[in-house]
Design a protein around this ligand. Structure first.
Ligand SMILES: *Cc1c(COP(=O)(O)O)cnc(C)c1O
Length: 237
């Protein structure tokens, strides 16, 4: 059985390892203990594996691919899970995202925000939004330039069916701790600038399995962890 790769012992051990890394980083960089939230990135993981992590107490999951996510959201309805959409968002996907998710981390243009605002069902609370920032000079597709973030943030903050919570960043891969911190610092400085402008932001979504320490050092309030919790991802389902 492949299930042995996710035996209760392995899940407990991986969870403990991630929690320990987070707690160590909080302590080392002067952050309040327990102030950084864990978002489990469950893309390409089947429902059964997510259920095991729910049983172990992980209640927030991020998904990147809408078609893959919707059956999981439906199968796990009523369990008190908070679902975050963390993948690239296209206009033709906004309606389902607005209906089935609690958070979107990847808003990088006003048109997407306006669609999500118009499509968020009135029966649900406002959709929580992070604006995705682009850092580094790699030819990344997603994210808005730092210099344009304030204008977008102020526009998004005015949309009543959305609740602007903060910023998200997915920097180019960097093995070097100093470079990792540099990208996260740029994002944190932008976050602080937006707060000085009066936007009530509380979420800095940054850090993954390979760079969560650098992100926590630079003020992350939420880290998005896939591999370190679930092991190597199955290729495609
Ligand atoms: C896949 C993914 C992650 C998790 O990456 P790991 O390196 O597996 O921890 C985090 N954020 C986003 C946006 C992702 O697509």
């Amino acid at each position: 059985m492949e299930d042995s790769a996710h035996s209760p012992d392995i899940i407990t051990a991986r969870m403990a390892a991630v929690r320990t890394r987070m707690a160590d980083a909080e302590r080392r960089y002067g952050r309040l203990p327990g102030s950084v939230e864990l978002l489990a990135i469950s893309k390409h993981q089947p429902v059964e594996i997510i259920e095991d992590f729910v049983a172990a107490g992980v209640m927030a999951y991020g998904e990147n691919y809408l078609q893959e996510a919707l059956p999981k959201v439906a199968a796990l309805a009523g369990r008190g899970i908070t679902w975050h959409f963390t993948g690239a968002l296209q206009s033709n996907k906004t309606q389902s995202v607005a209906q089935h998710f609690d958070w979107v981390h990847s808003v990088d243009r006003l048109k997407l925000a306006e669609r999500l605002n118009a499509q968020r069902p009135l029966s649900l609370p406002p959709l929580n939004i992070c604006i995705q920032i682009k850092v580094g000079d790699e030819a990344q597709k997603a994210g808005i330039a730092l210099e344009q973030a304030a204008e977008l943030a102020e526009a998004v903050a005015g949309l009543p069916r959305l609740s602007l919570r903060g910023l998200m960043v997915l920097p180019p891969p960097a093995g070097d701790f100093g470079l990792q911190r540099h990208y996260f610092r740029e994002t944190r400085e932008c976050f602080e600038d937006l707060k000085r402008r009066g936007l009530p932001l509380d979420t800095l979504s940054m850090g993954m399995s390979s760079d969560l320490e650098a992100a926590i050092a630079e003020g992350a309030t939420l880290v998005r962890i896939g591999t370190a919790l679930f092991g190597e991802r199955p290729r495609k389902r």
